[in-house]
Design a protein around this ligand. Structure first.
Ligand SMILES: [Zn+2]
Length: 332
C-alpha cells in the first residue's frame, strides 16, 4: 500500500485524492465485499485526481466493473465531481440523498445559471466588481470540474443501505451542505463526510437559493450526531475522529465566538466588510468566496435570532446593497 491509500478498518480503504483547493486532498473510501466494491465520494474531474484513482484501482486490483455502487455524502464539487466519470466507466448507480439531488441539479446541471445568481448575490453583499469577476471565473472553472454529470439515484433519510458486508443507516446532517449525510452502522463506525472535521471548521455557507439558515441546521445536526455514539468517524478531510463529542464541543464554541465577533463587526456594513474584519488575512479567491459565504451564514443566523438587523440600501441606479447592524432595543 502507498501513502495515498490506507486501510482504515476491515475491508475499508481510504484514498487521498488531490484537489486544487487550499484543502489539498479529499478523502474518499473504497469498501470491499465478496467480488465487488463500493466507492464513497469521488474527487474532482482533473488529471491528478484521476491518476490517484487509477493508482488505487491498480493497487487494490479493482476492475471498473467490480464497482457495484457509488455513494456520495454530499454534492460539493470535491465529493461529487468525478461521479459522472466513474458512472460512465463502471456502469454503477450513484446515490445521493433525495434532497441533495435537487440541489445538485440546480447547482451543476443548469448551464451556469446558478453561477450568475451567485455573482448578483455577491455584488449585493458588497463584493467589489473586480473581485466578483475573479470569483465568477473560479466558479465557472469549478463547474467544468464536475462534468460529466451522473444520473443520480435517491437515498432517503433513515433508510438502510448495504455497503461492503455491513448495513448503514442514512443520517441526514444538513448545514455544511443542505443534503449532507452521515452513513452510520450499528457498531459505531461511520462515514461522516464534511460534517465534523479535525483542525479545520467545516465551511457553513449561505448560498442563494439554498437553505436560508444553514448555521442553525448545522448546530442542530451536530446535536443529532452527538447522540449517536459514533467511533471511528471516517471524514472527508483530515484525521479520523475517535472522540467526536469532544470535537463537536469545540465546533459549538467556535461558532458561538464567531457569532459574537460578527455582532461586534456589523456596524451598518455589508457582509463583505464584516468578512474582511473577521478574516483579515485572506489570500486567494477560493479563500475569499468561502469566507464570504461563511460570514453570511453567521449574519443571517443572527438576523433570525433578532441580534442583527438587515437593511437594503440603493447605492446606484441599478445596484442595491445589504447592510447589517446590531439590533438596538428602542429606549423610551
Ligand atoms: Zn463539502
Amino acid at each position: 500500500m502507498t501513502e495515498s491509500i490506507t486501510q482504515v478498518a476491515q475491508d475499508i480503504f481510504q484514498v487521498q485524492v488531490p484537489v486544487p483547493f487550499p484543502l489539498k486532498t479529499v478523502q474518499c473510501y473504497l469498501v470491499r465485499e465478496e467480488g465487488a466494491w463500493t466507492m464513497i465520494d469521488t474527487g474532482l474531474q482533473y488529471a491528478p485526481a484521476r491518476q490517484a484513482w487509477a493508482h488505487a484501482f491498480q493497487t487494490l486490483q479493482i476492475e471498473p466493473r467490480a464497482i457495484r455502487q457509488i455513494v456520495l455524502t454530499h454534492a460539493h464539487p470535491d465529493h461529487y465531481g468525478l461521479a459522472g466519470y466513474f458512472q460512465e466507466m463502471t456502469g454503477a448507480p450513484v446515490f445521493l440523498l433525495d434532497h441533495e439531488i435537487e440541489i445538485a441539479v440546480f447547482e451543476w446541471q443548469a448551464d451556469g445559471e446558478h453561477m450568475d445568481m451567485i455573482a448578483r448575490y455577491f455584488a449585493k453583499h458588497g463584493l467589489p466588481s473586480s473581485i466578483g469577476e475573479s470569483v465568477h471565473e473560479r466558479q465557472m472553472q469549478v463547474l467544468a470540474m464536475v462534468q460529466p454529470q451522473p444520473v443520480l439515484s435517491p437515498l432517503r433519510e433513515d433508510e438502510e443501505i448495504q455497503i461492503g458486508a455491513e448495513t448503514y443507516r442514512v443520517v441526514w446532517t444538513p448545514g455544511h451542505a443542505d443534503g449532507h449525510i452521515v452513513l452510520h452502522r450499528a457498531d459505531g463506525l461511520a462515514f461522516t463526510g464534511d460534517h465534523v472535521l479535525m483542525k479545520i471548521t467545516p465551511n457553513i455557507a449561505l448560498w442563494p437559493g439554498l437553505a436560508p439558515n444553514p448555521l442553525k441546521d448545522y448546530l442542530d445536526a451536530l446535536n443529532k450526531v452527538d447522540r449517536l455514539n459514533i467511533t471511528p468517524a471516517l471524514p472527508g478531510h483530515r484525521a479520523i475522529l475517535y472522540d467526536l463529542p469532544a470535537r463537536i464541543a469545540e465546533l459549538r464554541a467556535h461558532h458561538a465566538a464567531r457569532l459574537n465577533d460578527c455582532v461586534a463587526a456589523a456596524q451598518n456594513c455589508t457582509a463583505y466588510q464584516v468578512c474582511l474584519e473577521i478574516f483579515p488575512s485572506l489570500k486567494t479567491v477560493d479563500e475569499l468566496r468561502m469566507a464570504l459565504v461563511e460570514t453570511l451564514s453567521h449574519l443571517e443566523y443572527l438576523v433570525a435570532e433578532g441580534r442583527l438587523v438587515r437593511e437594503e440600501k440603493r447605492v446606484a441606479q441599478d445596484q442595491e446593497v445589504i447592510l447589517y447592524s446590531a439590533h438596538r432595543v428602542p429606549s423610551n
